[in-house]
Design a protein around this ligand. Structure first.
Ligand SMILES: [Zn+2]
Length: 321
């Protein structure tokens, strides 16, 4: 069996008091893992790879600039990225340990996922990552580092990908991946498919609709039937137009859930499972190496949806697991 799950029990943010100020559930990764572990038990060792090291400065500098990395030694900068003003009064080394280190580890998880997906030509899910609001020179929306862009840069450096290989991003998190867009704007080889609620942060994509047909703004309140029909129609043509892709990223945020406090869409729990099943089946059918990241999700259901997606990934990769 080729491994298809990436996870470390150090992904969690052990800041329970943080929830007083932000709906982020810091333990959603380990809670999801508990479900996954109980589902696969003995098989788990052959399915799972654990990232050990945090992503190095050297790798971060492939996308980010030194000034930005230096700025993260100020609590005020960290507090801005996670949008909790009070954090600026907490010593930097505590924030580094509790916030930045888990994120740097999860970044390495996405990098590792891409290496394994390209090596084994399969689908690999990082039970974390998906930081699509991180820019080269600053972070936003709880995203410090651009893990997908870092994976692309790392895979190119290691010659697992060539400069002219086509790469796809399918971003179905409730929010537009403005950071990812910015990191790829100089290359025509990365194609972006993004369905997002345009009435919430960071707002609508500016640019010619004909030039960006797969930047798809969705109205607040959209529910299952409409959401799934827009997805099915557009994703099929996107994948058909880009059948020569060498690597796909699926940013599988579940903050499109109807009860999510930060998303504006109203997709049900079972609607999200249908969404993920559709995307996974389409990508498996086309046999393009795929990296899945968990991205946003701010409800008490988020970890269960992550676990559902992980089970789908395992069963797709290993029909007998
Ligand atoms: Zn989001």
């Amino acid at each position: 069996m080729n491994p298809c799950l990436i996870y470390s029990n150090k992904y969690d943010f052990n800041l329970s008091w943080l929830n007083k100020f932000h709906p982020f559930e810091g333990r959603k990764f380990s809670k999801a893992w508990d479900i996954i572990y109980s589902e696969f038990e003995r098989e788990i060792d052959s399915l799972w790879v654990e990232p050990i090291e945090i992503v190095s400065d050297e790798v971060l500098l492939k996308v980010h600039n030194q000034d930005y990395l230096d700025s993260l030694s100020y609590s005020s900068v960290i507090s801005k990225v996670v949008e909790i003003k009070l954090l600026r009064f907490i010593p930097h080394y505590i924030l580094y340990k509790l916030l930045i280190e888990p994120v740097r580890l999860a970044c390495n998880g996405t990098i590792l996922a891409a290496e394994l997906a390209l090596k084994n030509n399969n689908m690999v899910m990082n039970i974390g990552g998906g930081y699509h609001h991180a820019f080269a020179d600053h972070g936003e929306g709880f995203c410090f580092f651009a893990d997908a862009a870092l994976s692309i840069a790392n895979s190119k450096d290691k010659k697992h990908l060539n400069d002219d290989d086509k790469i796809l991003m399918i971003d179905l998190d409730a929010h537009r991946g403005n950071g990812f867009e910015a990191t790829i704007k100089d290359t025509s080889k990365v194609k972006n498919f993004d369905m997002y609620g345009f009435q919430s942060y960071p707002g609508i994509h500016e640019g010619d609709v004909d030039e960006f047909p797969y930047m798809i703004p969705l109205k607040a309140g959209m529910s299952d039937d409409k959401y799934l029909s827009i997805l099915e129609e557009n994703l099929l043509s996107f994948l058909d137009e880009n059948s020569d892709a060498k690597l796909v990223f699926y940013n599988a945020g579940n903050d499109i859930l109807d009860t999510d406090p930060l998303g504006s869409l109203k997709v049900s729990y079972s609607g999200i499972i249908k969404r993920d099943k559709f995307v996974v089946e389409q990508l498996a059918k086309r046999a393009i190496p795929t990296v899945i990241m968990t991205s946003g999700g701010y409800t008490k259901q988020s970890y269960k949806l992550i676990a559902e997606l992980a089970k789908l990934v395992v069963n797709t990769n290993n029909p007998t697991a």
